[in-house]
Ligand binder design. Structure first.
Ligand code: 5GP
Ligand code: ZN
Length: 115
């Protein structure tokens, strides 16, 4: 999508610190980290949010959650103590970038409920 900042990051039109990449997915450090480890995992194809996912995206979502996320948690050293995966969605979810992204946050103890 032409005006989407995360599509531009996926295409390397905007620089980012990439920590993982494959054909379908890219993960990069958040510009304003909220924890010692704060990475965004996104599908390279533009999907606006969880609400825009289609049945054909099941394999892609399974890949992100079953394969990429645990690999990143291990590679980033947060698997032993734990971490949080967050998908902000829509207005009340405070989603600021309209390209589906999974926040992987770790390296400190998280609070509940979130703000
Ligand atoms: P949201 O609020 O939509 O769940 O999360 C968007 C996240 O993207 C925020 O944590 C914000 O810091 C991050 N972000 C916004 N623009 C950029 C950017 O250009 N580069 C990187 N690396 N992160 C960004
Ligand atoms: Zn996009």
């Amino acid at each position: 999508m032409a005006d989407c900042i995360f599509c531009k990051i996926a295409k390397k039109e905007i620089p980012s610190t990439v920590v993982y990449e494959d054909e379908q997915v890219i993960a990069f450090k958040d510009l304003e980290p909220q924890a010692p480890v704060h990475v965004l995992v996104i599908p390279k194809k533009h999907v606006e949010s969880v609400l825009a996912l289609q049945a054909e995206d099941k394999e892609l979502m399974g890949h992100i959650l079953c394969e990429v996320m645990p690999k990143l948690a291990k590679d980033l050293g947060v698997d032993a103590k734990g971490f949080r995966v967050v998908v902000n969605t829509g207005e009340d979810g405070n989603q600021t970038v309209k390209h589906l992204h999974f926040h992987l946050l770790g390296g400190r103890s998280m609070q509940w409920p979130p703000g």
